[in-house]
Design a protein. Structure first.
Length: 300
């Protein structure tokens, strides 16, 4: 269970990195897990706009009043691993809200809402189906997350759970990373390689040390602007990988052992992340990761 907890933390970090720069790009037209018509039927009181299709990982929506909805799909190597990760999801949610069983969503489901006084209001449903886990969370602005919101989310989850196999997540192959890239970073004997969506891959070992690549379409100006953004990490330019290439390391928030390199070419930006779960010989080191980033840069 400890490994699953650590991997979940890395997954959350990966999603945040992959999703954050995607917002300025052109919005995707469809979500593979639920159509606009199906979503409107399940949640008629809210008009959602799809702002980011994360393909194998899910979809992100916003409503007119500023509400946000995250639909996330997690594929696992087998049903046992899926059940372990599902238990972790339930445990994590139960720390934020009381949960109750929900029926008719896969093999097992739980849902709930945060208390009236919670700093961030949230209504969530998490469900297990074979190798897959589905979670839908809504974060309303200026009002309670109550049963009137949880009911429609549950209906949306009933539709989406039937489509989780449309995820592009695959194990054993990755167009951006190879097992050789893990040398010096991850334990080769317990290595898992996973394609986690369109343009994104992940490798992790038994300890949940993780390496990820996420590729998005973005402009040169956007990529260059990211180099100048203020944040909790130190920046270093990497001119040998292009004038828009830079690394982030020694972050004072999140995983301080992690390091990320961003490269841009031909209208696409790739983020290459190494996130060890505890101090590691390559903690915060841009130098060794540059070789992996150079391989990704050559494929852009």
């Amino acid at each position: 269970m400890r490994m699953i907890d650590r991997l979940l933390s890395c997954l959350v970090l990966f999603l945040a990195i992959a999703a954050a720069p995607a917002f300025p790009a052109r919005a995707a037209e469809t979500c593979p897990f639920i159509s606009a018509k199906e979503l409107a039927a399940a949640m008629p009181a809210l008009k959602w706009s799809l702002i980011s299709n994360q393909d194998g990982r899910g979809c992100i929506y916003q409503a007119g009043r500023g509400d946000t909805m995250m639909l996330s799909v997690f594929r696992n190597p087998d049903k046992d691993r899926a059940r372990e990760l599902y238990a972790t999801f339930v445990k994590t949610l139960s720390e934020r809200m009381p949960l109750s069983p929900v029926s008719g969503i896969g093999e097992e489901g739980q849902g709930g809402t945060t208390a009236a006084g919670a700093e961030r209001q949230e209504a969530s449903v998490v469900a297990l189906s074979g190798d897959y886990i589905l979670q839908i969370s809504v974060y309303p602005i200026g009002r309670r997350a109550d049963d009137a919101l949880l009911g429609p989310i549950t209906e949306a989850a009933r539709t989406a759970i039937a489509n989780v196999s449309r995820s592009s997540e695959r194990f054993g192959t990755c167009e951006w990373l190879t097992a050789a890239d893990a040398d010096g970073f991850l334990d080769a004997g317990t290595l898992t390689v996973q394609r986690t969506g369109a343009g994104s891959c992940m490798m992790f070992d038994r300890e949940a040390n993780t390496m990820t690549v996420a590729v998005i379409a973005t402009s040169r100006d956007t990529a260059a602007g990211m180099m100048k953004r203020a944040g909790p990490c130190k920046h270093v330019a990497i001119p040998e990988l292009g004038s828009e290439a830079f690394g982030e390391h020694s972050c004072t928030k999140g995983n301080g052992n992690a390091v990320t390199i961003y490269v841009w070419k031909n209208g696409r930006q790739a983020s290459i992340l190494f996130a060890p779960v505890k101090p590691h010989p390559e903690s915060g080191s841009v130098e060794r990761l540059k070789a992996v980033a150079a391989g990704v840069y050559g494929k852009l």
